[in-house]
Design a protein around this ligand. Structure first.
Ligand code: 3AM
Length: 182
C-alpha cells in the first residue's frame, strides 16, 4: 500500500482553506476532505513493513501543540510553479514531532528522506501556467492566518490514486500527549 504520515486539519480550518479555491487558471485544487499536513511520504510499503512502521509510530512520545497557518506560497515559480500551499508559522513542536516520525521510519527499516522537511498544506497543483493571476492571487490572499488550533494526534494514511484524484484513508490515529496548548 501507498502510505504517508500526516496531520489532519480540523473541519473549520479545511473549510476556510477550501474557500480559497478560485481565481487561478491551471490550478487543480485539493478537495477539502483531502487537505492535510504531510509529515513523511513513504510511498509503496508492503504489509510487513507497514506493521513495523505502525509499531515504531505507536511508540512515539511527543506533546500536542498549537498550529497556525500563515501566508501562502508556491513551490516553483513563474511558468514552473508546481504547487500552491498554505505556509505554517514557525513551530518547534511540529519539527520535534516530524523528527520523531523520521526516526520511527528509520527504526522500521524504511529508507531515509534526504530532503529537508518543509511544513506546508498543499492547496493546489498546477497543470498549466497560471500567468500573472498568480501574483494577484498571492497579493489578495497572502495575509492568510488561520489558528492557532490544537493538534493532539497524527495519522498514518493510505493513498489510492484514481482518475478523479487521490483518495486518502485514515489507517491509524496516534495520540500525542495532552498539554494545555490552546
Ligand atoms: O503534502 P502534500 O500534499 O504536498 O504530493 C504528495 C502529498 O504531498 C506527496 O505526499 C503527500 C501525500 O500524498 N507525494 C506523493 N508522491 C511523492 C513522492 N514520490 C510525494 N512526496 C515525495 N515523493
Amino acid at each position: 500500500m501507498r502510505l504517508f504520515v500526516a496531520l489532519s486539519l480540523p473541519e473549520d480550518v479545511r473549510e476556510r482553506l477550501d474557500m480559497l479555491d478560485s481565481g487561478l487558471p491551471g490550478a487543480r485544487w485539493v478537495a477539502a476532505e483531502n487537505l492535510h499536513l504531510t509529515l513523511r511520504f513513504l510511498g509503496e510499503v508492503d504489509s510487513a513493513q507497514a506493521r513495523d512502521l505502525d509499531d515504531t509510530l505507536s511508540a512515539i512520545d511527543a506533546p500536542g501543540f498549537a498550529l497556525t497557518l500563515q501566508g501562502l506560497a508556491t513551490f516553483g515559480d513563474g511558468a514552473k510553479v508546481r504547487a500552491l500551499y498554505a505556509d505554517v508559522a514557525p513551530n518547534p513542536a511540529l519539527l520535534h514531532l516530524q523528527a520523531k516520525v523520521e526516526s520511527a521510519v528509520a527504526r522500521a527499516g524504511l529508507p531515509l528522506e534526504r530532503r529537508k522537511f518543509k511544513p506546508h498544506v498543499t492547496l493546489a497543483r498546477f497543470k498549466g501556467d497560471p500567468g500573472p493571476k498568480l501574483g494577484h492571487y498571492l497579493g489578495q490572499h497572502g495575509l492568510l492566518r488561520i489558528g492557532p488550533f490544537p493538534v493532539d494526534h497524527f495519522l498514518l494514511y493510505s493513498s489510492l490514486l484514481g482518475a478523479e484524484g487521490p483518495h486518502y484513508t485514515e489507517e491509524v490515529v496516534y495520540d500525542l500527549e495532552r498539554v494545555g496548548v490552546v
